[in-house]
Design a protein around this ligand. Structure first.
Ligand SMILES: Nc1ncnc2c1ncn2[C@@H]1O[C@H](COP(=O)(O)OP(=O)(O)O)[C@@H](O)[C@H]1O
Ligand SMILES: [Mg+2]
Length: 242
């Protein structure tokens, strides 16, 4: 579960990247955080994952305050960033073992999960190669595997579909569903609306740091009294974005 209350973040003196954001994401949900470029999605995610501090407001991860107990809160989280360019000198398998060590995953669990997940993502044959030699999509997939090794109660991804081929993207969506069905929280940002529309239990639309709508697809259509697609509602809501 994620509880964001009154989050603010301003860069420099004037760029209000996140402006009084409130959001609750429940266990068992796949929650889509959608908005145009520059809306404040990455900034919000960086605050949730403790990479940057909010100017004000509070963040709780499964009831644990990020401010009061940063390590405890972060232990609940598995994070897939938008730029998968870490640990490039490590071989795939070394990175996965590093993640397993960090989160104290037992050798048996680790081996079984690596074998299963690498097969799902068609990475088995490159596990012995340095991550530097991987494509963007392959780097993303190795990071996803690293995250899922420790089965985080809260799985957060920033634009996870970018760079994935259709089969990998399909596999990832399945993994997200399975993870949520186990009672975990899945939260991801995207500007790919079809993905959000098909996959999410609820979405929030963010523009200029503020949430314009939060709810399920049905309630969104009721709210806007329309049968329009998410795409049309999104375009309408964010029409002055650029
Ligand atoms: N490190 C930074 N320094 C200054 N401004 C930033 C920085 N990161 C993001 N911004 C600005 O904050 C706003 C929100 O950016 P971001 O959170 O990256 O949006 P999104 O992920 O939705 O595309 C944008 O106006 C962006 O230019
Ligand atoms: Mg972003």
């Amino acid at each position: 579960m994620l509880e964001l209350t009154g989050l603010h973040k301003t860069y420099g003196k004037s760029v209000k990247a996140v402006d009084d954001l409130d959001l609750t994401v429940n266990k068992g949900e796949i929650f889509g955080f959608i908005g145009p470029n520059g809306a404040g999605k990455t900034t919000t995610i960086k605050m949730i994952t403790g990479i940057i501090n909010p100017d004000s407001g509070s963040i709780k991860v499964n009831g644990i305050s990020l401010n009061a107990d940063p390590l405890g809160a972060k232990q609940q989280i598995g994070f897939v960033p938008d730029t998968p360019s870490m640990f490039l000198r490590l071989k795939g398998i070394e990175y996965l073992n590093f993640m397993g060590d960090m989160y104290s995953v037992s050798t048996a669990d680790r081996q079984a999960r690596i074998e299963h997940l690498a097969k799902e993502f068609d990475l088995t044959r490159v596990l012995a190669d340095p991550i530097q030699s991987y494509s963007h999509g392959m780097r993303q997939k190795i990071i996803v595997i690293g995250v899922l090794l420790h089965q985080p109660p809260v799985w957060i991804m920033d634009e996870p579909m970018t760079g994935l081929d259709p089969r990998s993207s399909f596999t990832l969506k399945q993994m997200m569903r399975e993870h949520a069905d186990l009672g975990n929280t899945v939260f991801f940002s995207t500007h790919v609306l079809e993905v959000a529309e098909k996959l999410c239990t609820r979405v929030a639309i963010i523009n200029k740091g503020r949430i314009l709508f939060c709810g399920g697809m049905e309630s969104m259509r009721e709210h806007f009294r329309t049968h329009a697609s998410l795409e049309n509602i999104f375009l309408e809501l964010t029409s002055d974005a650029e």
